[in-house]
Design a protein around this ligand. Structure first.
Ligand code: COA
Ligand code: AMP
Length: 630
């Protein structure tokens, strides 16, 4: 069956489609129905099932005779180490960790925050929570203590599992002091913290609160898998919205299992035993779905990579890892390829390695620019598959389903809608637009299994953010168009979210931080085009009337403040002091026009602008930062 037949088969009978897909999961109690629409427009899947995620990702493969197969390969160029963990070893490590967590009171439904770098123990911590039915929330290491504190207060974890440190090429990331500071800041206090001591930096443990990863497992009984109902939250993953408060995306257990298992064959063309590598971080959705869960659910070997695409030690690292580990499907962000292309424009390092086992290279997280795709096609010599998804969906909305049918690649498009997603491009009034016409991209409800049923502790916010603008649809926040062949093109966000090196960031959250500086009266943050990172944040600061502070000092302090409040991942390094911000007559800051001026693209004077002369001042300010040179 080709893509068209599969998609039309889903359209004709979604219930049958998903019940068939559910056959790939090992149930404690099999579902009798797929969709539960009793609370529409809120939907759940497989609610009458009982199941355990860890069983499906680990134990069932041991039972099926895959115990000796590597489940995880840790490739860590930053520590010069490489090691493997078999499914059998993973089972016993995860059961022991889960047993120790249980002995300290962690039970089904309790939340556990995981704050760890790219080490296999991060996956083990996620799986140990899944084994107990505890709900994990992984926080990316590049966030500051303040961001961690916000998440602690929102999901009120019973425990936090962290490492003593992470390793960036230029420095050690001191996880433990960040964790301590976050717990100090938060109103909610976890009962205990588990610390994985790494030899690069051993942390001081706080007596009575902190326990060491190995020591606390001593003598405990390993835990068995605890069955949970299909709609039980597997995890919460926070992502950026338009305000400073992150959104806690909830991932339901059964839909997650069914959908991810389906994607490994249909999209990534992988079978049990194949080696799959997603070079992302466990702190992002790509890391949840395609470093940890999907490859393990499918019985593949997954690679945990602790390094960078360049500089650890060079731009050949990706190709070495693919060749040495016989990777079949590889997934990365366009930014990473741009970094490699910049260091190795002729692809000389690619030629050093035998990549014949690699079948396809998948890209997501941001728009894939044609130059990068063409470079990869030419040098890596495999199909380069752009696909589009979001933290909220957990798997691809649009892709080229290589395991069903390799559709012709159209550069600039993440190809076609996957079964489960009825994607429509709408005008402001919610009416579908003609092919080729730009509009807001929305998905007809219900969303398929594995996607978010709601936001943690914030059902009203969920409805308001996603369901209210276009009744009957989920609003993706992306704008784009569909061509005559049904290929999607994702062009921009419709909100204040920007995408820096494949990381989703909120300019609204950054503005909240800048407003907190005592000399800043008003501010704006925009995302300007960046050759390497796709977008890069730039701040505009209006100082308090009569402020005698030197602009350069305030800018420096604001850059530091952003690092302290949001973290290095915000990559906020450029800001400029201006007298005034351009606004509409009703007082709305004209951020989109500022972006166009910065990027040297054609722009029209907004009809509603209050004072057009301010845009000239903005242009001059941008020029001092090296933008708006055209
Ligand atoms: N823990 C702590 N700090 C981190 C971190 C982590 N896990 N990851 C990044 N940071 C820090 C970096 O050290 C850097 O800090 P600095 O300002 O002190 O230098 C800052 O956050 C920005 O990091 P990064 O975005 O990695 O930029 P870079 O300039 O160091 O590297 C690239 C550029 C292109 C190599 C890098 O951005 C990259 O690998 N991108 C791919 C990202 C990716 O795979 N995203 C997928 C999401 S699906
Ligand atoms: P995140 O939730 O961090 O995965 O970010 C999701 C957002 O990243 C999407 O809403 C898009 O704006 C953008 N994005 C992800 N994948 C793609 C892609 N293949 N093409 C264009 N934009 C993408």
């Amino acid at each position: 069956m080709g893509y068209r037949e599969v998609y039309e088969g889903w359209q004709a009978d979604p219930e049958r489609f998903w019940m068939e897909a559910a056959g790939g999961v090992d149930w404690v109690k099999a579902p009798t129905r797929a969709l539960n629409d009793s609370k529409a427009p809120l939907y759940e899947w497989f609610t009458d099932a009982q199941v355990n995620t860890c069983w499906n990702a680990v134990d069932r493969h041991v039972e099926a005779g895959r115990g000796a197969q590597l489940a995880i390969i840790h490739e860590s160029p930053v520590t010069h180490l490489k090691k493997g963990i078999t499914y059998k070893e993973l089972q016993s490590r995860v059961a022991s960790l889960a047993g120790a967590l249980r002995a300290k009171g962690v039970e089904k439904g309790d939340r556990v925050i995981i704050y760890m770098p790219m080490v296999p123990e991060a996956l083990e911590a996620m799986l140990a929570c899944a084994r107990l039915g505890a709900i994990h929330s992984v926080v990316f290491g590049g966030f500051a203590a303040n961001e961690l504190a916000v998440r602690i207060d929102d999901c009120t974890p019973k425990a936090i599992i962290a490492a003593s440190c992470g390793i960036e090429p230029n420095r050690i990331v001191h996880y433990k002091p960040l964790l301590d500071a976050a717990i100090d800041m938060a109103s909610h206090k976890p009962s205990f913290c588990v610390i994985l001591q790494r030899e690069q930096e051993v942390a001081k443990l706080i007596e009575g609160r902190d326990v060491a990863w190995h020591t606390f497992q001593y003598g405990v009984a390993p835990a068995e898998c605890v069955p949970v109902s299909g709609d039980h939250p597997a995890y919460i993953l926070y992502t950026s919205g338009t305000t400073g408060a992150p959104k806690g995306v909830v991932r339901p257990t059964a839909g997650h299992l069914v959908a991810l298992n389906w994607t490994m064959r249909a999209i990534y063309d992988c079978d049990p035993g194949d080696v799959f590598w997603a070079a992302s971080d466990v702190g992002w959705v790509v890391g949840h779905s395609y470093i940890c869960y999907a490859p393990l659910i499918a019985g593949c070997t997954t690679i945990v990579f602790e390094g960078k695409p360049v500089g650890t030690p060079d731009a050949g690292t990706f190709w070495r890892i693919i060749a040495e580990n016989k990777v079949k499907s590889f997934f990365t962000a366009p930014t990473a390829l741009r970094a490699i292309k910049r260091d190795d424009p002729e692809g000389a390092l690619v030629q050093d390695y035998n990549l014949k086992r690699l079948k396809a290279l998948y890209l997501a997280g941001e728009r894939a620019d044609p130059d990068t795709i063409l470079w990869a096609q030419r040098h890596v010599g495999v199909p380069v598959i752009d696909h589009w998804w979001q933290t909220e969906t957990g798997w691809a909305i649009a892709a080229n389903p290589m395991g069903i049918e390799a559709l012709p690649v159209k550069i600039g498009s993440p190809s076609v809608a996957m079964p489960g997603f009825d994607v429509q491009v709408l005008d402001e009034g919610g009416h579908p637009v003609a092919p080729g016409q730009l509009g807001a991209i929305a998905i007809k409800l219900p969303l398929p299994p594995g996607t978010l049923p709601t936001l943690w502790n914030a059902e009203e916010r969920f409805k308001k953010s996603y369901l209210s603008h276009f009744p009957g649809f989920y609003e993706t926040g992306d704008a784009g168009f569909v061509d005559e062949d049904g290929y999607l093109y994702i062009m921009a966000r419709t909100d204040d979210v920007i995408n820096v090196a494949g990381h989703r960031l909120s300019t609204g959250a950054m503005e909240e931080v800048l407003s907190g500086h005592k000399d800043v009266a008003e501010c704006a943050v925009i995302g300007v085009s960046d050759e390497l990172k796709g977008q890069s944040p730039v701040g505009f600061l209006c100082l308090n009337k009569g402020s005698a502070r030197a602009s350069a000092d305030v800018v420096k302090e604001c850059v530091q403040l952003m690092r302290e409040k949001i973290g290095p991942v915000a990559d906020f390094k450029r800001a400029v002091v201006v007298d005034r911000l351009p606004k509409t007559r009703s007082g709305k800051i004209l951020r989109a026009t500022m972006v166009k001026i910065a990027d040297n693209v054609e722009w029209k004077m907004p009809a509603t602008i209050d004072d057009p002369a301010i845009l000239d001042e903005i242009k001059v300010a941008l020029q001092t930062l090296g933008y708006a040179k055209g």
